[in-house]
Design a binder for this molecule. Sequence first.
Ligand code: BTN
Length: 333
Amino acid sequence: MKKQILRIFREAGEEFVSGQSLCKHLGVTRQAVWKNIGQLKEYGYEIESVSNKGYRLVAKPDKLYGPELESYLEPESFCKRIECYDCIDSTNLRAKQLAETGEPEGTLVVADEQTAGRGRRGRGWASEPGVGIWMSMVLRPALEPVHVPGLTLIAALAVNRSIREICGVDSRIKWPNDIILDGKKICGILTEMSSEVNYVHYAVTGIGINANTMHFPEEITATATSIYQQNGKRVDRAALIGRFANVFGAYYERYVTDGDLGAFVEEYDQMLANRDQQVKIYHGMVEDADPSEIETGIARGIDKTGALLVEMDGHCEAVVSGEVSVRGIYGYV
Ligand code: BTN
C-alpha cells in the first residue's frame, strides 16, 4: 500500500490529498491509511497533515526505499518487482542467485551500497553508500547466446535516455557500454550470463551510475565523474531508477522480439559520443598496449549486430565488443 500512497502524493505535487480520497483509492480504512503514513514518517518521509485538508508529502529521505522505487513502475512495466538492499556484496551476484532459484525475468535488484561491486574484465567497481545507483536486472531472453552482448547496448540506450530525461544533462554513449558526461565516465554496464552452446538459461545486466558521488579513488579521477559533479544538482535516484526500469523493459521486449538491434541503430548513433571522430582500437589491454595492437580509424556508428563500424584506409571494419577497447585520440573519449 505504501507504494500507492507515495505515487498518489507524487501525482498531487503541492496539493493536499484528503484521508477520504486515500481510503477510496486504496479501498482500505482510515486506520490502515494512518498506520501506513506513520510507517512512512518513521522511514524518514516528511508528511504534513492538516485537518480538513488531508496529507501532503513535503520531503523524502535520500535513501533508497523499495516501495518508493516500485511506485514509479508503470502498470504494464516489464519490471514487476524491485528488491532493495541497504548493503549487499554485489547486485549482479544477488540477481544471479535469484535467477538460479527460478526468479522470473523482470526483477530488479537495487542496493544503496556494494561491498564487492564487479566491473568488466575482472575489475572492481567502487560503490560507496548513499550516492550511487547500483542495480541489476534478471533476464531470461529467448535469444542465442551470441545475441546476449546486445543487451548491454540496449541497457546503455535506456540508461542514457533516462539520465537525459531525469537529470537534463547531455550524456552520451561510449561504445559499447559506458555513459559519459563531459568526456568522463558516469556509468558502466556489466552483462553476465549462464548458457549452453545455443541456449541462454539467464542473463543479468548490472548498471552502476555515479549519480551524486563526490569523491573517486585516486586511480580513476582522470576518467570518472558523477552527474552531480557535472551539473551541481542532486540526482533523485528513485526517479532515475524508476524511469530506467520502464524504458529498459520496453527496449528489451523489442530487442528479444526482433532478434537484432535494427530498430535502435538510429538512436544509438545519435547518442554515440565519438561518432565521426578518430578513435584508437586496442586489441590488447589499454594500459600497456603494444603499438602493433592499436589501430586508428573514424567511428561511424553501429550495425544491427551492435558492432562498431570504424572507417580505416577507405574501408569500414565492423569491430565486435568484448574483443577490443576504444579510446579517443587524446583521451578516454
Ligand atoms: C564497468 O566495468 O564499466 C561495468 C561496471 C558495472 C557495475 C555495476 S554496479 C551494479 C552491478 N553490480 C555489480 O557488481 N556490478 C554492476
